[in-house]
Ligand binder design. Structure first.
Ligand SMILES: [Zn+2]
Length: 276
């Protein structure tokens, strides 16, 4: 038990290191595979022994070896978070094919969360391949001989399709309603409730988790976003017009729905007669 946990912690830390590259480069429309990493401050090539997940940040005390510029705390944070989520998902799902599907989904959520927090965009280069990859969920889940975790449902094609439709459709309608409500205002004064990035991200989440858990994702994401928004107003750091990184909250909501959703649905079915 200890060895696989250590393996998934290390795998997560390495993946987190790659996610850091994607988080930095995707919003800048750069390739994630080449050129090799450089210091954003001085441009010096980061040598392999200075590029070890988590360890290098500690050994270098958070500074570039060449110019001593501070390295963003985002780097160790993403690496530690990815390591914990990767090992945690292994603990939750066990070693089977569903883990191979839901690990990349989790990594995509982490990248989207940090890119949206920093740049307020959710890149198509993550969400669109994600929607395509989600087709594996009903495809492989339907094969009874394939080992699948009891911790996640085997989605039918209908649950998968409805997940994409509702996941994409609900934020699309919210965005349209916002537009309609503000048609008298000048374009510069309009606030977007949701963007097309949210539409594609939630379509992806619906494809991986199905229609019930994408509804739970929207609910949890909205609650978290509202709490954050209210605390921001209370601290008067933001006016209400400040766009919230809604994708960040949706990513947290989607991971909660993945990790705890089946338990929450069973509980809800018990008290309401909602079809489980
Ligand atoms: Zn430097």
């Amino acid at each position: 038990m200890v060895f696989p946990v250590l393996f998934f912690l290390a795998l997560g830390a390495i993946l987190g290191s790659f996610l850091n590259v994607a988080i930095h480069r995707l919003p800048r429309h750069q390739s994630v595979v080449s050129p090799p990493s450089t210091c954003p401050a001085c441009g010096a090539r980061i040598l392999p022994y200075d590029n070890l997940p988590l360890l290098s940040f500690i050994l270098l005390r958070g500074r570039c070896r060449h110019c001593s510029a501070k390295i963003s705390p985002r780097y160790p944070l993403v690496e530690a978070l990815t390591a914990l989520c990767t090992a945690g998902l292994y603990g939750l799902l066990g070693l089977n094919l569903s883990l191979a599907i839901y690990l990349p989904f989790t990594w995509a959520l982490i990248a989207l969360a940090f890119i949206d927090a920093e740049h307020q965009i959710l890149p198509d280069r993550i969400t669109l391949p994600g929607i395509a990859l989600s087709a594996l969920v009903p495809l492989l889940g339907s094969l009874r001989r394939v080992a699948w975790s009891p911790g996640v449902a085997r989605l039918s094609v209908e649950e998968w399709g409805l997940g994409i439709l509702l996941g994409g459709g609900i934020p699309y309608l919210v965005a349209a309603a916002y537009r309609l409500a503000q048609f008298r205002k000048l374009p510069a004064e309009r606030i977007d409730g949701m963007g097309m990035g949210d539409v594609k991200m939630l379509a992806m989440v619906g494809g991986f988790l199905g229609w019930k858990l994408v509804l739970l994702t929207i609910l949890v994401g909205s609650v978290l976003g509202s709490l954050w928004g209210l605390s921001g107003v209370a601290l008067s750091r933001y006016g209400m017009k400040q766009a919230l990184p809604f994708g960040t909250f949706l990513a947290v909501g989607a991971f909660i729905a993945l990790a705890g959703g089946p338990i929450l649905l069973a509980w809800y079915a018990g008290i309401s007669g909602f079809p489980e």
